[in-house]
Design a protein around this ligand. Structure first.
Ligand SMILES: Cc1cc2nc3c(=O)[nH]c(=O)nc-3n(C[C@H](O)[C@H](O)[C@H](O)COP(=O)(O)O)c2cc1C
Length: 209
């Protein structure tokens, strides 16, 4: 048996990734305590980000009434209302810039050899700031979807929403980006998903040089 196959077989933790799916059927009867939602979001914040500036924000849409409204905004996707909650992931580059001082102070207090100052980081970040913020917020979002599975929760990422209506509903300013919404909840065990969609082999998309 090859080493990679052996690792896959013995590493239970890989199940978190191997068995993750975008869940279409959530158990409508189940709620998630606010405390657990907050825990999952905080654990997701362990994701890496450029200079550790953590440009993400979330708005968790959980009440029945708000989920109903969000479902309309998400082109009537049923899972939005069936899920226990929906986490709107926002990329706010201004938040990253505002965090520079706190992050630098933290680095210094921990003995990091810092060769840059606030204005150097600010200049660097400001060049293509929205892209940097969206990239980091997306890493955060992926982390969140995997962490949810450690709590027996499932997720569904969504970009199918009317952005203008979503901004109006949640008062999200234009300078912020909204990479995705993550529906989160417990799987409806009475329903089966179709098999997972194709994934392409390394030779299709990668090379080793
Ligand atoms: C950023 C993003 C946006 C997505 N938006 C939607 C969506 O609006 N509606 C939907 O049904 N699926 C959506 N998906 C789910 C994908 O279709 C799904 O991840 C893909 O088919 C692979 O399936 P799997 O996650 O079960 O492996 C989205 C996925 C991502 C990453």
């Amino acid at each position: 048996m090859k080493m990679t196959e052996k690792c896959l077989e013995i590493n239970e933790n890989l199940k978190i990734i191997l068995e993750r799916r975008s869940i279409t059927f959530f158990d409508k009867t189940k709620e998630i305590e606010d405390e657990l939602l907050i825990k999952i979001v905080e654990l997701a914040s362990l994701a890496p980000s450029s200079y550790n500036l953590q440009p993400w924000e979330v708005i968790i849409v959980k009440s029945k009434e708000n989920k109903k409204k969000l479902r309309e905004i998400c082109f009537n996707q049923e899972k939005v209302e069936d899920a226990s909650a929906n986490i709107v992931v926002i990329a706010n580059y201004k938040r990253a810039i505002n965090n520079i001082e706190r992050v630098l102070d933290d680095f210094k207090s921990k003995g990091y050899p810092i060769s840059v100052n606030k204005s150097i980081i600010e200049n660097f970040y400001t060049n293509n700031a929205k892209m940097r913020a969206v990239r980091d917020a997306s890493l955060f979002a992926m982390n969140l979807m995997l962490i949810a599975r450690f709590f027996n929760l499932e997720t569904h990422p969504m970009e199918g929403f009317n952005e203008k209506l979503l901004r109006e509903f949640l008062n999200i300013e234009d300078y912020k980006e909204i990479p995705l919404i993550i529906a989160i909840g417990y799987k409806d065990l009475t329903k089966e998903l179709l098999p997972q969609g194709i994934r392409f082999p390394f030779s299709d998309f990668g090379k080793i040089i």
